[in-house]
Design a protein around this ligand. Structure first.
Ligand SMILES: C[S@@+](CC[C@H](N)C(=O)[O-])C[C@H]1O[C@@H](n2cnc3c(N)ncnc32)[C@H](O)[C@@H]1O
Length: 306
C-alpha cells in the first residue's frame, strides 16, 4: 500500500523546480530540527546567542522603566524560550510564544512555567511567512519580540513584506524588540556556521529526513553534504545541501532532478549594518526608537515602534 503523505506545499516544490534550487528555512523545524538548532546556539563558535543574551541582560534593567503596568510578552519564533527568561519581571502576566515548531515550544515552556509560576503561558502555532494574526491581551500592554536574528532568514527580500504585515497586525503605537546580526569579520561568520561538533550540518541534513518522512521522497541522507559560508557580495550566510551524486526524486507529483555537485540553498542568514537595518525598519513603516549592541559590536537589538 502506498504511504500516505502530506500535500506538498507550493513554496517547497516551486523552490525545488528552480534552476538555483532553494528550500525555505521554516522547513527545518520539526522536533529534531528545533533540537539541533538549540544545540547550535550552545556552541562556542555560534556567537549570535551569546551576544544577544549579553544585550538582553542590559535591556532587562530598562524594561520596567520603558513599560509600566501589567505586561504581555508576545514572541515570534520563540524556539527554546530561553532568552525571554532574561526579560521577564513581576509585571508580566502573559507570555505567548508563537512558533511553527509547536511540539518543541510546548516542551520548552515547562521549565519556564516552573520558574515563573505567576505567568499564564500560551504557546500558539503560526507560520509567519503566510498571513497571520498576532494576539494581544486587552488589560495589559503587549510587548513584542522577534529574537535570534530570524529577520535574516527570509529569502528574496521577503523580510520587507513580513515587517509590513507584522506592523499592521499588531496595530499602531506598539513596541517590538528585534535581534539583528551585524556584518563582521568573515572568519568569525564562517566559523559560526561551521561549528566543530557539526550541529549546523546535522540541522541542515535533517531536512532530508523531514522530506522523506513528510513527503515520502525516499532520499538517502548519505548522498548529501552541508556547505555553508559567508557571501560577502550578498552580505549573507548561505547554507547549501550538496548532492554527492546525480539523482532523481518525486515530491508530490513533481519530478526533481539533481546533478552531481548540484546545490540546494537551504539556509540564508542576512547580515546588516546599523544603518541598513534602520533603513529597512523605516521603509516598512516602523519607527526605530533605539538600539543596543554587545561590547564587540557583533550583534544588535533594536526597539521599534509601530
Ligand atoms: C533562528 S531560530 C530562533 C529561535 C529563538 N528565537 C532564538 O533566538 O534562539 C528561528 C525560530 O523561528 C521558528 N520559525 C521559523 N520559521 C517560522 C515561520 N515561518 N513561522 C513561525 N515560526 C518560524 C523556528 O521554529 C525557530 O524556533
Amino acid at each position: 500500500m502506498k504511504k500516505e503523505t502530506k500535500k506538498t506545499p507550493k513554496d517547497l516544490y516551486l523552490g525545488l523546480l528552480k534552476k538555483n534550487k532553494t528550500i525555505p528555512s521554516k522547513y527545518h523545524y520539526d522536533l529534531n530540527g528545533s533540537k539541533y538548532f538549540e544545540k547550535i546556539t550552545q556552541q562556542k563558535e555560534y556567537y549570535p546567542t551569546r551576544k544577544e543574551k549579553e544585550i538582553l541582560r542590559k535591556v532587562s534593567k530598562q524594561i520596567p522603566k520603558l513599560f509600566k503596568g501589567k505586561l504581555s510578552f508576545i514572541e515570534l519564533g520563540s524556539g527554546a524560550v530561553d532568552k525571554i527568561k532574561i526579560l521577564i519581571n513581576k509585571n508580566v502576566e502573559f507570555y505567548v510564544p508563537l512558533d511553527i515548531s509547536l511540539d518543541f515550544v510546548k516542551k520548552s515552556v515547562r521549565q519556564l512555567r516552573r520558574k515563573f509560576r505567576y505567568i499564564k503561558v500560551k504557546p500558539i502555532k503560526i507560520d509567519y511567512s503566510k498571513s497571520f494574526k498576532i494576539p494581544s491581551h486587552k488589560k495589559t500592554t503587549s510587548v513584542y519580540f522577534f529574537l535570534g536574528s530570524s529577520i535574516g532568514n527570509f529569502h528574496n527580500n521577503e523580510e520587507v513584506l513580513f515587517l509590513k504585515k507584522l506592523r499592521k497586525s499588531i496595530g499602531k503605537n506598539n513596541f517590538l524588540f528585534i535581534g539583528v546580526d551585524l556584518i563582521k569579520n568573515t572568519h568569525v561568520l564562517n566559523k559560526a556556521y561551521n561549528d566543530k561538533k557539526g550541529y549546523t550540518a546535522k540541522f541542515s541534513l535533517n531536512l532530508i529526513n523531514i522530506l522523506n518522512k513528510t513527503y515520502d521522497t525516499k532520499l538517502n541522507i548519505k548522498n548529501f553534504y552541508y556547505n555553508g559560508f559567508y557571501n560577502s557580495k550578498k552580505k549573507c550566510i548561505q547554507g547549501f545541501l550538496v548532492s554527492k551524486i546525480s539523482q532523481k526524486f518525486r515530491i508530490g507529483n513533481k519530478k526533481i532532478i539533481l546533478k552531481k555537485n548540484e546545490k540546494i540553498l537551504v539556509e540564508i542568514s542576512n547580515k546588516f549594518t546599523i544603518s541598513s537595518f534602520t533603513n529597512l525598519a523605516s521603509r516598512t513603516g516602523w519607527s526605530p526608537v533605539r538600539y543596543w549592541q554587545d561590547k564587540q559590536k557583533y550583534y544588535s537589538l533594536f526597539l521599534l515602534k509601530s
